[in-house]
Design a protein. Sequence first.
Lengths: 449, 293
Amino acid sequence: MQRRTLLTGAMSLGVAAPALAQSAPIEIQFWHGLANPLGGLLEKRATDFNATQTKYKIVPTFRGSYPETMVAAIAAFRANNAPHIVQMFEVGTGTMMNAGRAVKPVHELLAETGVSIDFDDYLPGVRGYYSLADGRMMSMPFNSSTTVVWYNKDAFSRAGVDPNKFPETWEGVAEILPKLKAGGGTQVPMSTAWLTWAQIENFSAIHDIPLATLANGFGGLGTELRINNPLVQRHMAALVQWQKDGLFRYGGRNNAGEPAFPNGEAAIMFTSSGFRARVQREARFGWGVAMLPYYQGTPRAPINSIIGGASLWVMNKGPAAGGGRSRDEFVGVAEFFKYLSNPEVDAQWHMDTGYVPVRRASYAIAKDKGFYRENPGADVPIEQLLRGGGTLTDNSRGIRLGGFVEIRTIMEEEMERAFQGQQTAEQALTAATTRGNVVLRNFERANRG
Amino acid sequence: MRKKVIFRGVALPYLLLLPQMIITLVFFFWPAGMAVWQSAQREDAFGLSTQFVAFENFTDLFHDAIYLNAAWNTVIFSTAVAALALGSALFLAVQADKHIRGAGVYKTLLIWPYAVAPALAAVLWLFIFHPSIGLVGKALASLGVNWDYRVNGGQAMTMVIIASAWKQVSYNFIFFLAGLQSIPNSVLEAAAIDGARPMRRFWGVIFPLLSPTTFFLLVVNLVYAFFDTFGVIHALTRGGPGNATETLIYKVYVDGVQNLNFGSSAAQSVILMLIVISLTAIQFRFIERRVHY
């Protein structure tokens, strides 16, 4: 803590000093939450931008995990020392949207600085997540991903399952799990990371059923959870049963379960498309990527999945009136965003990291370069985001719940109890709904004014 | 023999006290006062709108099943940690007090764990208990035990108790050893001459004479289990699975730092502050009187 204070102190000195020396560039603080190797790749974008001009200097700083970065930025704002740009994970979006004068909405930033970015070219799922109901952008989309299926082709072959075709439906998955258990040669047939993001949030989106009322919270703060519905109940009950039968293993919260895939313990893993770099580096077997399965007979399923990852938010310096930023600083931020929106830059970011391209133009560039021929399956996440024609419904636009970090933890806690056999899946969803709604009401109350 | 120093004025003594007073005010009273103040408020994460709610944060807590669960977890956890750490430390100290070869090495090794940072200790335990990479975890799995602390709350609790107790054994060991060595030999010899066997000598003579040390350590261990075990829990289970290993101190972190619910978090800190005040009061009242240094 002490060191952090000193560090921020030192940084604010760094901001103040250039004002004296006129030739020195204007420093723009950029806090991010990506560890290496992704963090290094992100910082390279800042360095590259700095090399294109001399007026502004983006100073990227790693602030720990996404939640830690979020907390650090909020604490800095309260201490009148917020960074210009903060990378905020998607679950923090609801909180940031309601942050009032703490944030500078991107549409305002662009209007005031006269810089333009062609948001019409952005993937609808990406744009929808970070914009207001009327389409005005609130934050700058940057690293987006979505949940996909990673599967071990060698294990599939051993079990006598077609390794080139992952089942499209959950019924199909249920059929192959016992085969994988019997002959796949892995410890467990299936596991998942991001239990709620993969198996509840994206599950609801692709089946076109609501996670919460008021269009998953896009329609206002009065939203209530709707996860306790027959389809989610059915799916959670299946997971609990499979866990009991040794066909599925809950691997822990967030992405703690991920290593079980590259080290060959689990034949099937549900996790982020951003997992690609790690699988490429570590997996000693043939692997494939597939779209999320759905339950047969669900009307309108499957449609597009929703994104995860993070976006960049512009922050005012502190709670004092006026926000404490100069026009020059905002111009610097806008120019940096414009640079990031360049399809060439975005396509390279996509190819380096496994995050999806946020623009159609960047997707086309990656295609032209033959990236998907050389990396089969790398286009699966993008195709999945465009599944069902790419027109978003109220259920597939995204999720905008205040206190969503806490709600996710609640869902995980209740499901963990179900996996321990302390309650049924239905009881878990009922309890999660009740507890989650308390969080939503508290958030509504704290942010009404 | 107490030496009395008499100052001529009042300025100098106050001046000498000042640095300590400032530190106490700035680092203890001010934050504690802030916590009390904040516990009566409810505000958004950014501090842009604040509402005075008096005791609502407290009443909410006592109606919150998750909070009561955390309180119960804390009772089980602290009792088990204190019992395990005290019991094993006493056993080891009694063994180390005997005349054995290499006693110095043995003592040094026992004191070592105290120097290990909690997070590191937790990682060491992770390498032992992790179901897929841990030594014991793998061995248990091969014996057919369904060991997975990530889904089994009882196993998770057992693991954090063992890891937390292990850290505290060294500290207890030092005190017990010192306590044992300060028991006069003549008393033990007298008991031996009267025909008391080793077990009887231990329970009849040594244990009662050690009781001030034991009582002091009991309070210290409880305070440790209440407040210093955050690192171990955070690194091993993060309070899960479910809320099986979520203790009061861990919940302060979850609500304050993760969920940005400052009002409730502050209210919980105030409750913890009251607990530590009463533990300290007990310690001063009973221990300071009985122990003769």
